[in-house]
Design a protein around this ligand. Sequence first.
Ligand SMILES: [Zn+2]
Length: 221
Amino acid sequence: MNTEKALVVFSGGQDSTTCLFWAKKAFNEVEAVTFNYGQRHVAELDCAKEIAEDLNVPHHILDMSLLNQLAPSALTRTDEEITHLEGELPSTFVPGRNLLFLSFAGILAKQIGAKHIVTGVCETDFSGYPDCRDIFVKSLNVSLNLSMNEQFVIHTPLMWINKSQTWEMADDLGAFRYIQEHTLTCYNGLKGSGCGECPACELRQRGLDEYLSSKKGGKGS
Ligand SMILES: [Zn+2]
């Protein structure tokens, strides 16, 4: 196990919770940071707090409400519908959001003495977010190191795996049931399997079905 400290960018969703379990296995010392940018559902923040507590991880919540000023979108304004037209960026898109989040995570990491930053961004289910691409994360890693004269390492354990494989990773980490029941992905703010109707729930369920049908023997059930 790595004895250095890691900071996990953490939303309380399936992906970042899987990363939190991954980091707890890989690093001796783990802290988490959640960004409060006026999410559609306060439930997201509560959910993140609960999980951090359950896992005994020091939890930082940073106010990023300025994102509302920059990009009013369906994620942050309840009077707009979430739409995702074929070939276009989803209407939840806040340009450069991950650039900001990872930069602030870097500053916090410096302050708490964490050399490692863990994020659940993923290029495989590329949904049109250019700052979730591997090449961007690598580029920002260099910029962060130059900006603070540090040797940060940004880890992206989910970068090249799909949703089904993310469930498999959770299972391998012994966290399948916990993640299934305690994480929040749903756009309608419902924990676990969610509302079952929004695009986030559909994506999550599709990955879960795929994983459950691919595995033999009933591990994690
Ligand atoms: Zn839903």
